[in-house]
Design a protein around this ligand. Structure first.
Ligand code: ATP
Length: 373
């Protein structure tokens, strides 16, 4: 039981199987009190099932959940003080905003005065003080989603679970509400688990994040730590846009050297384990591929600009080189750079990541610990 006290919200070897489908697989996770933790992964990786296990809407096939040291297994959802907001928020259409917000408290038979006070307080937090008299059909999508959040917050839950709450909204509204959720979470300091498949959203919101694939938790850390130091090729590819370049290469046994398509043999970093060899991916982020129109000091490669996407605030380039197409990102497009022209490439060797091609795992011995938050 002592292990249960380490985190505020803690899962220990938690699994959920549906017939022969393992939706959540042996998941051990520690959440800190007051943090906004993002569970990030593709469709079907077990995010919703994980939230439902935390809420008590689903029973674990194996493992346990603890809140502040108390075991939650067997505690029904209504007695957990855990609130969940889904992507399809449901407001009662025949109730004004104030009544929608106060509904849960009326069910708990709180005094009218107390309900009025808490509705006013929560309306302030979600910024809808002047919309308390509106009907749901009079609300914009963003306002309705804020009411749904308010309905969860008014219960003063110990834990708030958000299941892709912004996925039905258009992009500008999503970005605005993302900021509001951050502000709201900081203000309320409620321990929050936020589920999304959108890496940009996850990176923007999470104090820390966990990457899920096929029900398994691959890596936990701050967004920056996971981005800079991914433990496997899946995490490396899932984070970042444009996505990381993966260059096939051969690691030559015991010589800390790489043979790869663009150069004959290249000295890599010293920390490659002595016994490592075989086929690898060199992972390099687009911002670490430096493209110029003039030749500078080596190591350098000559390529050709395939595409330029001018995003306004930065440019994304695709450069062909040694039979590869490499993605690069640059803040300012150099003078004379256009599609079809030759260009010089420099790869920041100190930022290269190495992954085994057979398992996808990082080759470096110290790749595992990224929980730098
Ligand atoms: P999405 O982002 O698409 O909502 P998700 O990451 O939330 O996906 P889950 O909904 O948790 O994933 O589903 C994980 C896996 O478990 C999926 O393969 C899904 O089909 C399966 N699954 C979930 N709930 C059930 C259920 N009640 N019965 C059978 N299989 C289920």
């Amino acid at each position: 039981m002592t292990a249960a006290c380490e985190g505020y919200l803690r899962t220990v070897h938690l699994s959920r199987t549906f017939e022969d489908k393992v939706a959540v697989d042996d998941l051990t996770l520690d959440l800190r009190r007051g943090e906004l933790f993002v569970l990030l992964g593709p469709s079907g990786c077990g995010k919703t099932t994980m939230l439902r296990l935390l809420a008590g809407l689903e029973s674990p096939s194996k493992g346990e959940v603890f809140l502040d040291g108390r075991p939650l297994n067997g505690v029904p959802p209504g007695r957990r003080n855990v609130a969940m907001v889904f992507q399809d928020h449901a407001l009662y259409p025949h109730m004004r905003v104030a009544d929608n917000l106060g509904f849960g408290l009326r069910m708990q038979r709180l005094k009218k005065e107390e309900i009025r006070k808490r509705v006013a307080e929560v309306a302030g937090i979600i910024g809808l003080e002047d919309r308390l008299g509106a009907w749901p059909h009079q609300l914009s999508g963003g306002e309705a989603q804020r009411v749904a959040l308010g309905k969860a917050l008014i219960r003063r839950p110990d834990v708030l679970l958000l299941d892709e709450p912004l996925s039905n909204l258009d992009a500008p509204l999503r970005r605005r509400l993302r900021e509001e959720i951050l502000r709201l979470q900081r203000k309320s300091a409620i321990t929050t688990v936020y589920v999304t498949h959108d890496q940009e959203e996850g990176m923007a919101l999470g104090d820390r994040m966990g990457i899920l694939q096929g029900g398994r938790l691959l890596q936990v850390g701050t967004p920056r730590a996971v981005y800079e130091n991914p433990g496997c090729v899946f995490a490396a590819e899932f984070l970042g846009s444009p996505s990381i370049n993966l260059i096939p290469a051969e690691l030559l046994l015991g010589r800390d050297r790489l043979r790869w398509p663009m150069g004959a043999e290249t000295q890599f970093i010293e920390r490659i384990p002595r016994d490592a060899s075989g086929s690898v991916w060199i992972g390099i982020r687009p911002e670490d591929v430096l493209v110029s129109m003039r030749s500078k000091s080596p190591p350098e490669y000559v390529g050709r600009i395939e595409f330029i996407q001018d995003m306004g605030f930065e440019s994304h380039l695709v450069v062909s080189c040694g039979g590869l197409s490499l993605r690069a990102r640059c803040a300012h497009l150099p003078e004379g750079m256009r599609e079809g022209v030759p260009a010089y490439l420099k790869l920041r060797a100190e930022r290269m990541l190495l992954f085994r091609r057979d398992t996808g795992e990082r080759v470096l011995a110290d790749a595992g610990e990224t929980d730098a938050g």
